[in-house]
Design a binder for this molecule. Structure first.
Ligand code: IPD
Ligand code: CA
Ligand code: CA
Length: 262
């Protein structure tokens, strides 16, 4: 397991360094995806190409799922799940909160996760059953926080109809919590739960590559991560918080029907 973390960390660091070096000259939009605000820069693609090349050089039989390049099959039973830049809009604007996210899945289970926030020199790592770490510091999420005192991170999708519902749900959540944060990177939001920098996170519409690595970091830091009604984390809704607060947030969100879209 630690071999996977070590390799994922080396690759995530190399991609992060490349992005830091090239961002000033190369951060313009080259494509849009689901909506005009869902952007891809040349460096999203370059980062993913670098990550894929390094994984395959070290482990040629592994499969890779990446946001920009899709699925590449392998025969080793190991699959890497990659978001080459999580927080592309922050990256585009020169805001610091974007990350390279790399997870390793064996038999359908994430066993290693690395989230490199290169601008801050912070690399979150986790291995299944071996804890979550930020550098040499072991991470524990905040516990015993009631919903009314919770600082809650969330995010919004790129489609107007989805955002309308997300705004309606948020209008019901905001009066019932300490405050809301919209940082702009799902991976960093979930690592922030792990590090006790926020108490909870929820979001509709995130993808597997957004939360695969950070989800293990949060779980290894003692947080619960999942969907509504006992489901695992998924694109319909993903929630993350310490046990107790998770259920409180769940019971606030579920009747609001956050999985509907306008
Ligand atoms: C996005 C970020 C954002 C979240 C969006 C994601 P991207 O990923 O994680 O915080 O709100 O749902 O799509 O597009 O920057 O890789
Ligand atoms: Ca992402
Ligand atoms: Ca991305």
């Amino acid at each position: 397991m630690s071999d996977f973390v070590g390799l994922a960390e080396d690759i995530a660091r190399e991609a992060g360094d490349m992005l830091l070096a090239k961002r000033p000259a190369m951060s313009e939009v080259v494509e849009t995806k689901s909506s005009p605000t869902d952007v891809v820069t040349a460096l999203d693609k370059a980062s993913e190409e670098l990550i894929r090349a390094r994984i395959l050089a070290a482990r040629p039989g592994d499969a890779i799922l990446g946001e920009e390049g899709g699925e590449a099959r392998g025969d080793s039973g190991v699959r890497w799940v990659v978001d080459p830049i999580d927080g592309t809009v922050n990256f585009l604007y020169g805001l610091p909160d974007w990350a390279v996210s790399i997870a390793v899945e064996v038999g359908g289970r994430i066993v290693a996760g690395v989230v490199n926030v290169a601008t801050r020199g912070e690399v979150f790592t986790a291995a299944l059953g071996e804890g979550a770490w930020l550098g040499g510091q072991r991470l524990r999420c905040n516990t015993g926080v009631p919903l009314a005192q919770a600082l809650v991170a969330t995010g919004f999708g790129y489609l107007p109809g989805r955002r309308e519902v997300q705004g309606q749900v948020l209008a019901s959540v905001l009066p019932r919590v300490r405050d809301i944060r919209r940082g702009g990177s799902c991976a960093i939001d979930i690592c922030s739960v792990a590090a006790g920098r926020v108490d909870a996170y929820y979001e509709r519409g995130v993808n597997y590559w957004d939360y695969a690595a950070a989800g293990l970091v949060a779980a290894e830091a003692g947080a619960r991560i999942g969907g509504l009604h006992g489901r695992p984390s998924n694109s319909d809704l993903t929630l993350c918080a310490a046990p107790g607060l998770f259920e409180e947030l769940h019971d606030l969100l579920a009747p609001l029907d956050p999985e509907r879209d306008a």
